[in-house]
Design a protein around this ligand. Sequence first.
Ligand SMILES: Nc1ncnc2c1ncn2[C@@H]1O[C@H](COP(=O)(O)OP(=O)(O)O)[C@@H](O)[C@H]1O
Ligand SMILES: [Mg+2]
Length: 258
Amino acid sequence: MALIKKFRIEDYKSTESIIELKNISVFFNKRQILNNLNLKINKQEILGILGPNGVGKSTIFNLITGLKDPNYGKIIINGIESNEFPINERFTKFNLGLVPQYGGLIHDLSLIDNLKLVAEIHIKEKGLREIKINKLISQFEFEALLNIKAKHLSGGQKKKLVIAMSLVNDPKILLLDEPFAALDILTIKMLQEIILNLKSTEEITIVVCDHQARDLLNCVDRAIILSNGKVIASGSPKEVISDTAAKNQYFGDEFNIN
Ligand SMILES: Nc1ncnc2c1ncn2[C@@H]1O[C@H](COP(=O)(O)OP(=O)(O)O)[C@@H](O)[C@H]1O
Ligand SMILES: [Mg+2]
């Protein structure tokens, strides 16, 4: 597993965007959540989306997957305007993977049966299916947990399982919604290593959101800060921490990563 550096400031080679949100506005009833938001996500970067609870982070994921349509604006994935593709087509057409904040697995099935279930949906050929499942079992070190029901796994083990399930169809874009919430420090570190490891071994773009900065900034190439429906800062972890608007509206004066 890759070691986590305090700040990963890496020159991500590609600045070609894989997802573009253009002039997006979203309302719930009459309440405006996103206000003419523009966001480019680069191919093969790990992008962190930070912002307080209720700012619209999950809404951005819902826009990308098609769970929510924007009131205004366009969502472009792989150069294709994706608005017209419903959720079931988007996941396969654009090779999306989603790790929702809650749930994502079947509690009464064992760990191995959860993996098999997803694999049966995505991989038709039995041999290939078994190869994929075995690869994930060894990658995530699930060997001792295979027959434990999901409901009896620890919080961290559950999160690892949902991440593994999201990787069954080899996503090119992986969305992680607050993956570190309610987990202990060592488990968070383990998940950060999984995220960094994925990026170094697969051709994948990872978008991870959180309302708490510290855990997220340790494992992203770039972060954006959302406030009042807009992106108010974007840059490397170091850059966003010292950004004046981000300090005023999100981090506060005291925030420090050390
Ligand atoms: N289906 C919905 N109906 C009404 N309001 C919603 C709905 N989904 C989200 N919201 C509101 O939109 C805002 C953004 O929600 P969300 O994207 O879940 O925030 P975050 O993930 O940043 O915590 C919140 O104020 C939330 O209450
Ligand atoms: Mg959310």
